[in-house]
Write a protein that binds this ligand. Structure first.
Ligand SMILES: [Zn+2]
Length: 352
């Protein structure tokens, strides 16, 4: 209790904004208070919590990872501390924290109808290669399973490739743009040379904010300037968060977090776009899930649930059902035995 009290006292001590690493940093406690959150050190000088009854954020000093309601999200800049007072980059509050706590309600939001799936690699580009199999084989198998499941819940699905063929990276988001897709999902699997028995779990990427460096230096585009995808970066982050959360919770796997990168397939997408690294082909248990039909079905189900959760947060409500006034003196007709069923089917078909 004493430690917590000391922590509270320290957290609440007056501090000023600072300029660190070329970024404006603000006291975390000021931001937390303005947003109805209490801020305290969980582990003195190490872990900082900002929480209320609905939200719990856990920051680590000198770390770029923040836990947002149980899911890891990469910040662009590490959390700092000045004389015991935690500081956070204003850019991270704007581009990583706020979009998740107050999901953007875009006035131009339209219903999600078409989803573009991008099975990573293909043809001469094998991707990661382990246990006699290539990443390109698994990404296509996952995409085909995911396509079937998304169709079952009513989405239109387009694929950047439906066979083992090479497709240039820029052509993948270009197809999604041309076909007016509402979401873009690139599918990949990870591999590691070290710690093969330890490193496992999904990562979900979305575009890096303007002026920040990516979580993963690999795949970084040129410069730190804006890309087409930055117009949708807030919704892409929310989308990535919902999919990562669903994968972690439904597959019960370690959470490697929502991360940021200017991958070629993400930066030109003119719609919310994510890249899923669905697990490690080098991990013994995870490679079994990736290479099995059942495992990929579970993974697809989790991704579908994530997409539906995102849809509930951003999509406008369905149009109100217009009920026709009752017809006076309806003509008397003899109902056919299968009449009701036939009507139901024809109504359903009209709405597709
Ligand atoms: Zn890949």
């Amino acid at each position: 209790m004493l430690l917590i009290a000391l922590g509270l006292a320290s957290c609440l001590s007056p501090a000023h904004a600072a300029f660190i690493n070329g970024q404006n940093y603000v006291p975390l406690v000021d931001w937390a208070r303005a947003n109805g959150l209490k801020c305290f050190w969980l582990k003195r000088g190490d872990e900082i919590v900002a929480a209320n009854r609905a939200t719990r954020l856990v920051f680590d000093k000198d770390s770029r990872m923040v836990e947002v309601n149980g899911i890891n999200v990469a910040l662009s800049f590490p959390v700092a501390a000045d004389r015991g007072t935690p500081l956070i980059a204003q850019l991270d509050l704007n581009t990583a924290v706020r979009p998740l706590l107050s999901p953007p309600k875009a006035a131009d939001a339209k219903r999600i109808t078409t989803i573009c799936l991008d099975p990573g690699h293909g043809g001469k580009d094998t991707g990661n290669h382990t246990f006699w199999r290539s990443e390109k084989t698994y990404t296509l198998a996952l995409a085909l399973e995911l396509r079937d499941q998304l169709k079952k819940v009513g989405f239109n699905v387009i694929l950047t490739r439906s066979k083992d063929a090479y497709v240039d990276l820029p052509d993948r988001p270009a197809l999604a743009n041309r076909r007016g897709a509402d979401l873009f999902v690139s599918l990949h699997f990870n591999a590691t040379q070290t710690g093969k028995n330890e490193v496992e779990g999904p990562e979900t990427y979305c575009i890096t904010p303007v002026g920040a460096s990516s979580t993963n230096a690999r795949g970084e585009g040129s410069g730190y300037g804006p890309t087409a995808a930055n117009r949708f970066e807030q919704r892409s982050l929310l989308f990535a968060y919902q999919v990562e959360k669903s994968l972690v919770q439904n597959l019960r796997v370690p959470d490697r977090g929502v991360r940021r990168a200017r991958f070629a397939v993400l930066r030109d997408a003119a719609m919310p776009a994510i890249l899923i690294e669905g697990g490690y082909m080098t991990h013994p248990a995870e490679s079994k899930r990736i290479s099995s039909v059942t495992g990929r079905r579970q993974m697809s189900l989790a991704i579908v649930k994530g997409i539906l959760a995102y849809q509930r947060l951003v999509s406008p409500p369905p149009p109100p059902v217009v009920t026709k006034p009752p017809v006076k003196n309806p003509p008397v007709t003899k109902p056919a035995a299968t009449g009701t069923g036939t009507n139901k089917i024809s109504t359903k078909n009209q709405t597709r």
